[in-house]
Design a binder for this molecule. Structure first.
Ligand code: NAD
Length: 260
């Protein structure tokens, strides 16, 4: 097993890529804290892990709350006895506009893409350090953190920030054996993709359903389809596992060739 004996946290783990990652990591031997706003879905994800013979802890709360963003680290360490990895996966699309922009939605995007991941990371570093190597931090950026995104300028602002944080931390923490990487998904078939495509300011032709819009978005990808959450989870598994022992500071696209 590729994560035997490891202990980790996955945020936004009750749906989409986070859920796929939590299940995959547990399958590979990790004990996983499943963190999400949706308590019932977090419990269901943790139950699916334990039903398959793995170890999981559901932690429900709002990551906009700094206390909760810290507590997830404390509770994971208290329950499992240490910490080897964190996948800071939580994020939010934010507004698609700039003129007349909704600043409450901007605040939510900056909080969930940037602020909370900083809070959790600051709490996690001493515990990762204490392991003496073999540990890592993984962040979810986006292809919008690598190239400009005309329909998501605020999101792109935040995800470029995530990539900058990752590269800086990778150099800062390298002497302590803590690897730091980002994963940069293209359009992935999850509820959040539907949020992205149905926001205003997308010149949506009349009569198009949300699924039509998903297909239109997918048609812009060289592979011609959205990614599956499991395809991102597999890339995340590599980056947090010891197989990536000489990999730090990368922002890995998992995007069907979109940023090629
Ligand atoms: N889906 C895509 O196409 C896509 C592409 C690139 C990057 N991303 C990034 O992936 C991440 C999540 O995407 P997904 O598609 O897996 O999402 P998803 O919609 O499947 O799940 C998001 C989860 O986040 C949880 N959540 C929302 N607000 C929260 C909060 N305040 N505190 C705790 N949990 C909260 C929700 O309850 C939900 O379970 C984000 O960082 C997003 O920016 C998504």
């Amino acid at each position: 097993m590729r994560l035997a004996g490891k202990i980790g946290i996955v945020t936004a783990a009750a749906s989409g890529m986070g859920r796929a990652g939590a299940l995959r990591f547990a399958q590979e031997g990790a004990a996983v804290a499943v963190v999400d706003l949706d308590a019932a879905a977090a419990e269901a994800t943790a139950a699916a892990i334990t039903a398959a013979g793995g170890q999981a802890l559901a932690l429900a709360g709002d990551l906009r709350d700094d206390g909760f963003a810290r507590d997830i680290v404390r509770k994971t360490v208290a329950r499992f006895g240490g910490l080897d990895f964190v996948w800071n996966h939580v994020g939010h699309p934010g507004p698609s506009t700039v003129e007349g922009v909704d600043m409450d939605d901007v605040a939510l995007a900056l909080d969930l893409n940037l602020r909370t991941v900083l809070v959790t990371t600051s709490e996690a570093i001493p515990h990762l350090r204490a392991r003496g190597g073999g540990t890592s931090l993984l962040f979810t950026a986006s292809t919008s953190g690598l190239v400009g995104s005309p329909n998501s300028p605020v999101y792109s602002m935040a995800k470029f920030g995530v990539v900058g944080f990752v590269k800086s931390l990778a150099k800062r923490l390298a002497p302590e054996g803590i690897r730091v990487n980002a994963i940069c998904p293209g359009p992935i078939d999850t509820p959040m993709l539907r949020v992205f495509v149905k926001r205003p300011d997308q010149q949506t032709p009349a009569g198009m359903t949300v699924e039509d819009l998903v297909q239109r978005r997918a048609s812009q990808v060289p592979f011609g389809r959205p990614g599956r959450p499991e395809e991102v989870a597999n890339a995340a598994l590599f980056l947090i596992s010891d197989e990536a022992s000489y990999v730090s500071g990368v922002a890995l696209p998992v995007d069907g060739g979109a940023t090629a």
